[in-house]
Design a protein around this ligand. Structure first.
Ligand SMILES: C[S@@+](CC[C@H](N)C(=O)[O-])C[C@H]1O[C@@H](n2cnc3c(N)ncnc32)[C@H](O)[C@@H]1O
Ligand code: SF4
Ligand code: SF4
Length: 332
């Protein structure tokens, strides 16, 4: 067990409680590595399906050396997550990366679709992740194949992997969090989803509202505040006590004209890919050179013109992009 350095802690508190200006005074506290362009699935609402041209020419996965180079720019970060628009467990060097950053110290977590849990179970247990977030998104094999792809055995292998993980982990770590994109179609099955998460012994269940990557003005499939059935059912379900901690979906207000709050992660989170390109934000925007490149701009990419302008818009209570209008981060 190693403790955060004074510089890490100071940066953490500044990121959490410091005043926000368009030029961010603290360094990013959370770094997310977009470690691969490859994926084992093809979830129908994933950004990969809306921007397929970006994923056709798959680049080499992130190497240990590259991850180290990226993290050297931000020594004060306390949290590393391995995610992105691809499947991190496909990456050969993944566990070399986690081993290096556990030394730092950093909390290391992973977001995975779980399809390779069985294959890499020993490495996963050895990596001592702080948390493992497994995106499930379906309650049965038929629905899973329709929504996420894979073959007839994929869903049952994901479940076997989760069982093995919860069985073999030390009592509370890593926390095993399950995630569902709770589309309007799936909404009515929420009680079954909660039961499922309880049976899987999950630490937490995240129910995420849909990000409409295909068209940010289309509310079909999103849980909205004007949907009486959704509002009534949610408040009914929230009153029940569950064995698993449920993180409920935030509803979206149709036709929102101004952000109801600032988008906080713009002041503490940075995503970087294999070429040093950075993510526009941690939800709807993907990663692109136009949002800045770490290797070209250096650590100032954190305060480059794009980020300053985006932060400024939130400080002035204005939208810069349509994707923000349906994003849960800034809803009332
Ligand atoms: C892009 S994935 C990447 C990591 C990994 N491949 C996975 O699926 O867990 C990260 C998370 O975003 C979620 N996600 C993908 N598309 C989404 C959408 N349109 N709306 C809401 N969540 C989405 C996934 O279910 C997953 O939990
Ligand atoms: S598994 Fe993850 S990255 Fe792959 S398509 Fe599904 S949501 Fe996207
Ligand atoms: S509010 Fe906009 S910038 Fe912030 S996470 Fe959502 S889409 Fe991204």
């Amino acid at each position: 067990m190693r403790f955060f350095s004074f510089a890490q802690l100071t940066n953490y508190f500044l990121a959490k409680w410091g005043s926000q200006s368009y030029e961010c005074k603290n360094e990013p506290n959370q770094i997310c590595l977009y470690v691969t362009d490859r994926c084992t699935l093809s979830c129908k609402w994933c950004l990969r399906q809306s921007e397929p041209e970006k994923y056709i020419h798959q680049r080499s996965d992130m190497s240990f050396q590259l991850a180290q180079r990226i993290l050297e720019y931000y020594p004060k970060a306390t949290h590393l997550s391995l995610a992105g628009f691809g499947e991190p467990l496909m990456v050969d060097d993944l566990f070399k990366i986690t081993a290096e950053f556990k030394k730092r110290p950093m909390k290391v977590s992973i977001v995975t679709n779980g399809t390779l849990l069985l294959e890499r179970i020993n490495d996963i247990l050895h990596a001592e992740f702080h948390s493992i977030f497994i995106s499930i998104n379906s309650l049965d094999a038929i629905d899973y194949k329709l929504v996420c792809g894979g073959n007839k055995d994929t869903f049952s292998n994901v479940l076997k992997g989760i069982h093995l993980l919860t069985e073999k982990r030390r009592s509370t770590r890593p926390s095993i969090d399950l995630g569902f994109v709770l589309t309007r179609d799936l909404f009515y099955r929420t009680p079954e989803i909660i039961k499922f998460a309880e049976e899987m012994n999950a630490s937490r269940l995240y129910l995420h509202n849909l990000i409409p990557h295909h068209n940010y003005k289309d509310y079909t499939g999103i849980l909205t505040t004007d949907d009486e059935e959704v509002v009534t059912k949610l408040s009914e379900w929230k009153r029940v006590k569950y064995k698993v901690q449920v993180c409920w979906p935030k509803l979206v207000q149709k036709g929102l004209e101004k952000p109801a709050r600032i988008c906080k992660p713009l002041w503490n989170w940075l995503g970087v890919d294999i070429e040093g390109n950075t993510a526009g934000c941690h939800r709807a925007m993907g990663i692109s050179r136009e949002y800045g490149n770490l290797f070209q701009e250096g650590k100032q990419v954190w305060n480059n013109a794009f980020r300053k302008k985006l932060r400024m818009c939130f400080l002035k209570n204005e939208f810069m992009f349509d994707c923000c209008k349906t994003c849960v981060e800034i809803q009332p």
